[in-house]
Design a protein around this ligand. Structure first.
Ligand SMILES: Nc1nc2c(ncn2[C@@H]2O[C@H](COP(=O)(O)OP(=O)(O)OP(=O)(O)O)[C@@H](O)[C@H]2O)c(=O)[nH]1
Length: 623
């Protein structure tokens, strides 16, 4: 082999690319912090907790949303190795992010909290890693905690992976114990990258971000050959050609390098600001000697829930479009198309992987792009077949077709729930309430079981997880994936304010739950819409049939105020006159619903209606 720094030298045998996978909160980011520190690339002074969680939201919420790739050096047996480490998110909504990172690695560190044991995302991430043919290093974390039970959980993991218990490493991300052994194991157990270092360059784009100063920053994993700065590159899928301004590695900040060789993980900046010019999953090659075949890319993830996002100030619509384009670069799972709503104006119908994903996107839009948004109630997608044989794919309840419906199908998920056995009863009850069909049940250990259910997605995406947690004192964990469709008895419930349907409040619900939805929404709106000069009926309807009604009473002007004493006929006359006036108002009436009421009525979280109502009332008074 050629000497180091000589032409033709390849570092490939001394590279290891790995990611850390685990259930949420099992300590990936903390272990990654210790690795950064031990390798010496982050000094004691710059170190802070969760170093790689660079977004504000990640720091505040204490969760990883985006994978981060960073290069760390490690010396083993006198030889310096380059480790490409990718820290991945743990929440089920971001498993797509995990699968992309796995495609850039040869090995995975499977981290399990020694106080908790295997949880639902431990399993789903493990299966994903096995699908990608990765070498797995099982590790128990948090062994410093008094409540840790490493022996018990090591047995669980050994049983799952079919390995000896002695192969399971024990570390503490907090104290750093065992982390240097982990780094040694990464060198010895994870294979060096394969790929042809001398062949035409091929690099997989596994992520990209938009930087307002530098344009698009593309993160790549080199598979074959070498990319050099100032040599034109070609995006094979898009067919576009660019001049790289800079390429380099992240360690832990961006460090420009002259070239990136096969096996390395790094970044490229082309100065391009048009976000459509970079697609995650595309292959980059060299323009002068291009590769003939691109690498297998990624499958686009399918959104699970849809919701409308509307700027509160309609003038911000173009800004919202621009912001979504930029966010999409960094979040391939986000899909959107323009939509108009009678109630909310111009906006976008957006598809998300789950509610946390939706929350994060709305929050990033408001923080990073300064937009004030209203989001409509999230909904899953339905396929509707009409009597006249026309088919409709409905992502928005207000698009539910009118007329005779032959059949409606709803998306289903296969859910895996891990829980202590004493909670089997309450969990079965919950799944039954949510129209679940029970599958098999296995014991992971004498105390813990894994239950399999098939459930409608619509029943699981909203508050199922909260319910599961509260019925199991926080001990259950949940993972789910798509599992076909089923016929369902679903209806569209419209909400009418003064007889007019308000598109933003329509929902598609199971017939058995339609009444409850109607009552809940009408009650909520009665609380939220300020009283006006005339009475406002708020109704819920399925087609032409009204299923719930509330009235917002009119403000009654005290016409008798100036009428001290006097005879009863005069009072009656005044009241009659007032009634007539009100009739006219009703006829002419146009209800003003304040924006805050929309926000509160559509909020899925535990928004306090009373608070919002008080705020609305105060604002009205001030007017
Ligand atoms: N005592 C102790 N606490 C730990 C250890 N490792 C992590 N923690 C704590 O566990 C919590 C979760 O750790 P994180 O590193 O944020 O977990 P994560 O897996 O990266 O979480 P997500 O990125 O959200 O999936 C934090 O409060 C850490 O301080 C450990 O070895 N010992």
């Amino acid at each position: 082999m050629a000497e180091k720094n000589q032409p033709g030298f390849t570092r490939q045998p001394f590279i290891r690319n790995f990611c850390i996978i685990a259930h949420i909160d099992h300590g990936k980011s903390t272990v990654a912090d210790r690795i950064l520190q031990l390798s010496g690339i982050v000094g004691q002074r710059e170190m802070h907790d969760r170093f790689l969680d660079r977004m504000d939201i990640e720091q505040e919420r204490g969760i990883t949303i985006k994978s981060q790739a960073v290069r760390v050096p490690w010396v083993f047996d006198g030889q310096e190795y380059t480790l490409g480490m990718i820290d991945t998110p743990g929440h089920v909504d971001f498993s797509y992010e995990v699968s992309r990172s796995l495609a850039a690695c040869e090995g995975a560190v499977l981290l399990v909290d020694a106080t908790q044991g295997i949880e639902a995302q431990t399993l789903s991430n493990l299966y994903m890693a096995i699908d990608h043919d990765l070498a797995i290093i099982p590790v128990l974390n948090k062994i410093d905690l008094p409540s840790a039970e490493p022996d018990k959980h090591a047995a669980e993991i050994a049983g799952l992976l079919g390995v000896d218990e002695s192969e399971i490493l024990r570390v503490s991300g907090k104290t750093g114990e065992g982390v240097s052994e982990l780094l040694d194991r990464i060198v010895t157990d994870i294979p060096a990258p394969e790929g042809d270092p001398e062949g035409p360059a091929r690099a997989l784009i596994f992520d990209s971000v938009y930087d307002s100063y530098r344009g698009i920053v593309t993160y790549i994993r080199m598979i074959d050959g070498t990319l050099r700065s100032r040599r034109k590159i070609r995006m094979m899928g898009l067919g576009t050609v660019h001049d790289p301004i800079e390429l380099g590695v992240i360690s832990p900040d961006m460090e420009p390098a002259g070239q990136l060789c096969a096996g390395e993980v790094g970044y490229i900046i082309t100065g391009v600001k048009d976000v459509s010019q970079s697609k995650v999953g595309d292959t980059i090659t060299e323009e002068s000697s291009p590769a003939s075949e691109p690498l297998p890319g990624y499958h686009d993830p399918r959104p699970m829930v849809y919701a409308g996002l509307f700027p509160i100030d309609n003038a911000q619509f173009p800004d919202l479009r621009d912001a979504l384009d930029k966010l999409k670069l960094n979040d391939a799972a986000l899909v959107y198309e323009p939509e108009t709503s009678v109630a909310l104006g111009f906006g976008f119908r957006c598809g998300f992987l789950g509610l946390l994903h939706m929350e994060i996107v709305s929050e990033r839009l408001s923080r990073e792009f300064g937009l004030d948004l209203i989001s409509t109630a999230p909904s899953v997608t339905y396929d509707v077949e009409m009597e006249d044989r026309s088919d409709h794919h409905v992502t928005n309840p207000s698009e539910f077709p009118e007329g005779k419906v032959r059949r409606v199908t709803e998306p289903m998920v296969a859910a895996d729930i891990i829980l202590p056995k004493e909670f089997i009863g309450p969990v079965m009850e919950l799944c039954q309430e949510r129209r679940g069909q029970m599958g098999t049940m296995e014991y992971l250990s004498p105390e813990r079981v894994e239950m399999h259910y098939r459930l409608p997605l619509a029943e699981i995406v909203f508050d199922f997880f909260d319910q599961l947690k509260s019925r199991t004192k926080g001990y259950a964990s949940l993972d789910y994936h798509e599992d076909g469709e089923q016929d369902a008895d679903l209806v569209k419930v419209d909400i009418l304010i003064q007889g007019e349907p308000v598109d933003a409040f329509s929902a598609i619900v199971h017939r058995d739950k339609a009444y409850a939805y109607g009552v809940m929404m009408t009650k909520k709106l009665r609380e939220l819409i300020p009283r006006q000069q005339f009475e406002i009926p708020v109704q819920a309807a399925i087609g032409a049939r009204i299923i719930a009604r509330e009235n917002i009473r009119a403000l009654r002007k005290d016409v008798l105020a100036k009428c001290y004493g006097g005879d009863i006929t005069r009072k009656r006359k005044l009241l009659e006159k007032q009634k007539a006036g009100k009739k006219r108002m009703k006829m002419l009436g146009h209800v003003e619903v304040p924006q805050e009421a929309f926000v509160a009525a559509l909020a899925t979280g535990n928004t306090n209606d009373r608070d919002t109502r008080d705020k609305i009332r105060a604002a009205e008074k001030a007017k």
